[in-house]
Ligand binder design. Structure first.
Ligand code: MG
Length: 397
């Protein structure tokens, strides 16, 4: 497999490095930089870097954005460039005509609300029911920064693909044999050699941050999250400094920011975007032009997936946000409830399309005969058959 040369900029370390990347399944592609140079970089402007982490987290905080006049003023312009996926549903369906839709869903802030205690980020029964129906219509994957086991415990659906730890732990749906035996199907774990190191860092972070009220360290198997959600904002700088003091001893690990969270990961070139590409390949869509991936996420880490879709010119990304944010996503939804409504409409559209094909005796094929009207109802190619929002909701749920 030929190695490709990529240049990436690690914003956290304020350095630019050249790396070699190999496509999956070979999990290579480590950042090649000497420990000495890395430690030098870590020491230079360390204070500024910690401030940058904290500023970046503040920028991701909805309450902060709401109180920032310049960003609030930009809301109208931002909405023009990233319109609501619900408002644009008909156009989205038109763009997917004749293509196979594949769904990728982040978990926190997308399927579940962001709550103070990350262990209580439960998804609603309605959302679970909707995702179950979605998976019957389209191949569906959950892509999360959380450990795969933990996100599965929240979602509880066997029929999905799960990419935990920012895509570093990928597993397909469980398969049942004729004798009803369930076989696990782990597809890909590109950072397995980092497991002992991650465990060690997790313990150190727990110890170092225990004196900061509200700080929570989460072991996500292939990465560690330090949650700031319950920490007084005045203490964020101090906590970030503690995280840095642990991380500087581990040049093979890097740090990224999310929504009120700092995340420590291996320095392999692997992220949610790479996981999306890997899953598309695994599903048999490696070089297909008739695939239409849709990725929905709310976090900075989801941008890697949005960028991949934009670069491939396939499908699109939907950012979940109430406020303007810099993003490579094409569309937006404001909150998990809107995500659920969007997923329901996709399910209904698919079901009506299949019914129309069945009525015409064509069997399962292209996904086109259902037209979505401006009032949100769907019309089959047979003009006599129209469903209202009310009947649509009851049909789906
Ligand atoms: Mg999220």
């Amino acid at each position: 497999m030929a190695a490709a040369q990529n240049v990436i900029t690690d914003l956290n370390m304020a350095i630019t490095v050249t790396v070699s990347v190999q496509k999956p399944p070979a999990p290579h592609g480590y950042i090649s930089i000497s420990r000495k140079k890395l430690l030098q970089n870590l020491e230079i402007s360390a204070g500024a870097r910690v401030n940058a982490w904290v500023d970046s987290m503040r920028a991701s905080s909805p309450t902060h954005i709401k109180s920032t006049p310049s960003l609030s003023d930009d809301q109208g312009s931002w909405n023009l460039h990233h319109p609501s996926a619900l408002d644009m549903f008909e156009q989205i369906i038109d763009a997917s005509k004749g293509k196979k839709i594949v769904m990728f869903l982040d978990y926190d802030g997308t399927l579940s609300p962001i709550v103070e205690d990350p262990d209580r980020a439960f998804m609603s029964k309605k959302m679970r029911k909707t995702v179950r129906k979605l998976a019957k219509c389209f191949p569906t994957a959950i892509v999360s920064g959380r450990c795969r086991d933990k996100v599965y415990k929240f979602v509880k659906l066997d029929e999905l693909y799960y990419a935990g730890s920012h895509g570093m732990d990928i597993k397909g749906p469980e398969k049942r044999s004729k004798s009803n035996k369930v076989s696990e199907s782990v597809l890909f774990q590109p950072a397995s050699e980092f497991l002992p190191m991650i465990d060690e860092v997790y313990k150190q972070l727990v110890d170092t941050t225990k004196s900061t009220t509200g700080a929570k360290v989460e072991n996500n198997k292939f990465c560690v999250s330090v949650h700031f959600r319950c920490v007084d904002e005045k203490k964020w700088g101090e906590l970030a400094q503690k995280v840095r003091s642990v991380l500087k001893e581990y040049p093979k690990l890097r740090l990224t920011q999310g929504r009120k969270v700092l995340e420590i990961r291996p320095t392999i070139i692997w992220n949610k975007g790479k996981a999306l590409e890997f899953l598309l390949e695994s599903l048999g869509f490696a070089n297909c032009t008739d695939v239409f991936p849709v990725y929905i996420g709310d976090d900075r880490t989801d941008e890697d997936a949005f960028k991949i879709l934009r670069d491939r010119g396939q499908g699109f990304g939907i950012l979940v946000s109430k406020f303007p944010k810099e993003t490579s996503a094409s569309y937006s939804l404001q909150e998990p409830d809107e995500v659920m409504n969007f997923l329901r409409r996709l399910v209904e559209w698919k079901q009506l399309s299949l019914r129309a094909q069945s009525r015409m005796g064509k069997g399962p094929v292209a996904l086109t005969p259902c037209r979505v009207n401006s009032n949100g109802s769907c019309t089959l190619s047979d003009p006599q058959h129209t469903t209202s929002d009310k009947s649509r909701a009851s049909a789906i749920l």
